[in-house]
Write a protein that binds this ligand. Structure first.
Ligand code: SAH
Ligand code: SF4
Ligand code: F3S
Length: 447
C-alpha cells in the first residue's frame, strides 16, 4: 500500500535500489543506501512501494547496458504515479544527458565519480528539479568516502581503496565511466578497517578496478604494506583484494601473503588472452611471458595460493592460433577459476574502430571450448583437497540438502554437514574435512 501523504506532513521518503555489475558497484550501492538513509529515506524491497527508484548500472558489455534500458522501459508506467527515477553508475556516466532523451521520466543521472555530491542532488530532487546530473567525467581527484555505509553483510565487508582507471585497454569502458585513477589515504583505509573490526567484521575485501595500482596520497604505505597492515588489525581473520592488474603486480604482494597469515591465499590476476599478439592489440602492455613470470612468483610462495583470471575471447583479429595460445595458458597456469567473456564492442573505446571480426557463433564456440577445458582443470584441482582439513567461514545454509555453505581462504565453496544438533551461525569459522569434490565446489564434514 502507498503511504498516505497529507499536505502538512513531510512526505514519507522511500527508495528502491537495484545494482548491476561488479563488486565496486555493489559497494557503491552500500554507500548510496547509507547516504539516503542518513537523509531520511527508508529502503523498500519493491519498485511499487518506492517514491524513488534507483538503478546502479553497468556498461562493461552490451548485454549489461541493455538490461538497464529494458528495466527503465518496464517501469516507465510507474512514473505517472508520482515516482522519481535515478540512473547511477557506469551507464549513467557513459550516456549522460542522453538518458533523459531516451527515458524522459528519469530525474537523476549520476556517475560514480559524483556520488560525493549525492546529498545535494537529493535536495534538488526533493525540490522538484527535473533533470539533475552528476557527471564528473575524468576531472575529479576525489573519492567517495562516507561514514554512512549500509553494509549488507555483518561479517565480511568491502573497502574501496582506489577508484577509476588510467590503463585504457583497447576494449574497456571503465576509464571513461569511472574517471581517473585516485587512491584514498592509507590512514583513512586503516581507520575504516579498524572501525569494521570493532563492529565485529572478521573479513575485509579491499577493492579497486586495479587494486594493486594503489598509491598512498600520503606516501606512507605501498599496496603490499597496506595489505599487511589491514591483516594485522586485531579481530581481522581474512583479507582479500580484487582486482589485481598484472602490470602493477609486484613481488612484495606475494611476500606479504607469505608473511601475514590473515591474507587469503588467493590472487585474481586477469590475463585476458594467452597470445602476446592479441595482448598488444588489447593495449594490455605485457606479454604472455611477462604474465607467466608473475604467475611463477605466486606459485613459488610458501603456501599454495589459488589463482583465478578473466579472459576475453573473440577480440578483433583473434585467430584460431591466438585462441589456442589462450587455451594452452590455462593448462600452464592451472587456474582454480576463470571468468570468460565474449568480446563486446563498447562506445568510446579504441577497439570500437576495429572491425568486430569474429562472428558471434565463433565467439560462442571458443567460449565453450575454453570453459570445457577449464572445467577439467578445476575437476583435477578441486579433487586435490580431498582428505584435507580446511577452515571455512559460514555463509549460508542449503536446507534442502541439510548442508552448511562455507567459503575457504582460497575463495572456494565448501558445502558441509555437521553432527552437532545446532548449525554454526553465519560468520563463524569451522574446520571441515573434505570428502569429495566437483569442478566448482567441495563437499565435507565438520570436524
Ligand atoms: N581492471 C581489471 C578488469 C575490470 S573489468 C583488469 O584490467 O583486469 C572486468 C572484466 O570484464 C575484464 O577483466 C574483462 O575480462 C571483461 N571485459 C571488459 N571489457 C570487456 C568487453 N568490451 N568485452 C568483453 N569483456 C570485457
Ligand atoms: Fe578496463 Fe584495462 Fe582499466 Fe582493467 S585495466 S579497468 S580492463 S581499462
Ligand atoms: Fe560494470 Fe562499471 Fe563495474 S562497467 S563492471 S559496474 S566498473
Amino acid at each position: 500500500m502507498q503511504p498516505v501523504k497529507s499536505p502538512n506532513e513531510a512526505p514519507a521518503k522511500t527508495f528502491y535500489i537495484e545494482t548491476f555489475g561488479c563488486q565496486m558497484n555493489a559497494h557503491d550501492s552500500e554507500k548510496v543506501i547509507g547516504t539516503l538513509q542518513h537523509q531520511g529515506y527508508t529502503r523498500v524491497e519493491s519498485e511499487e512501494a518506492a517514491d524513488l527508484i534507483l538503478y546502479n548500472t553497468c556498461s562493461i558489455r552490451d548485454k549489461a547496458e541493455q538490461k538497464v534500458f529494458h528495466r527503465l522501459n518496464d517501469y516507465k508506467k510507474l512514473y505517472s504515479q508520482g515516482k522519481r527515477f535515478g540512473v547511477l553508475g557506469c551507464v549513467a556516466q557513459q550516456e549522460g544527458e542522453k538518458i533523459f532523451e531516451r527515458a524522459p521520466f528519469v530525474s537523476l543521472v549520476s556517475g560514480s565519480a559524483s556520488y560525493r555530491k549525492l546529498p545535494e542532488m537529493l535536495v534538488q530532487l526533493e525540490q522538484g528539479k527535473q533533470h539533475i546530473t552528476g557527471l564528473d567525467d575524468r576531472q575529479t581527484e576525489e573519492t567517495f568516502e562516507t561514514e554512512f555505509t549500509a553494509r549488507s553483510n555483518s561479517h565480511r565487508g568491502y573497502i574501496t581503496i582506489i577508484e577509476g582507471c588510467d590503463k585504457f585497454c583497447a576494449y574497456c569502458v571503465v576509464p571513461y565511466t569511472r574517471g581517473k585513477e585516485r587512491s584514498r589515504t592509507s590512514t583513512s583505509v586503516l581507520n575504516e578497517a579498524r572501525r569494521m573490526a570493532d563492529a565485529g567484521y572478521t573479513e575485509i575485501q579491499l577493492l579497486g578496478q586495479n587494486v594493486n595500482s594503489y598509491r598512498d596520497p600520503e606516501g606512507k604505505r605501498t599496496f603490499a604494506e597496506l595489505l599487511a597492515a589491514v591483516g594485522e588489525i586485531p579481530g581481522i581473520r581474512r583479507v582479500r583484494f580484487t582486482t589485481s592488474h598484472p602490470r602493477d603486480f609486484t613481488h612484495d604482494i606475494v611476500d606479504a601473503i607469505d608473511a601475514v597469515p590473515t591474507l587469503c591465499d588467493h590472487v585474481h590476476l586477469p590475463v585476458q588472452s594467452g597470445s602476446s599478439r592479441v595482448l598488444h592489440l588489447m593495449q594490455r602492455e605485457y606479454t604472455r611471458d611477462w604474465y607467466l613470470d608473475r604467475i611463477s612468483w605466486v606459485k613459488s610462495a610458501k603456501r599454495p595460493i589459488s589463482m583465478t583470471t578473466d579472459i576475453i575471447v573473440g577480440f578483433p583479429g583473434e585467430t584460431d592460433a591466438d585462441f589456442e595460445e589462450t587455451v594452452s595458458l590455462l593448462g600452464e597456469v592451472q587456474y582454480d577459476g576463470v571468468f570468460a567473456f565474449k568480446y563486446s564492442p563498447r562506445p568510446n573505446t579504441p577497439a570500437i574502430s576495429m572491425a568486430d571480426s569474429i562472428a558471434d557463433e565463433d565467439k560462442s564456440k571458443r567460449l565453450q571450448a575454453l570453459l570445457d577445458c577449464q572445467r577439467e582443470i578445476q575437476r583435477h584441482n578441486y579433487a586435490k583437497h580431498i582428505g584435507q582439513e580446511i577452515e571455512v567461514m559460514v555463509e549460508e545454509y542449503n536446507a534442502a540438502r541439510g548442508q552448511v555453505i562455507g567459503r575457504t581462504s582460497q575463495n572456494k565453496t565448501l558445502n558441509f554437514t555437521t553432527k552437532q544438533p545446532i548449525l554454526p551461525a553465519k560468520g563463524n569459522y569451522v574446520k571441515v574435512r573434505v570428502t569429495s569434490s566437483f569442478p566448482n565446489s567441495l563437499v565435507g564434514e565438520a570436524v
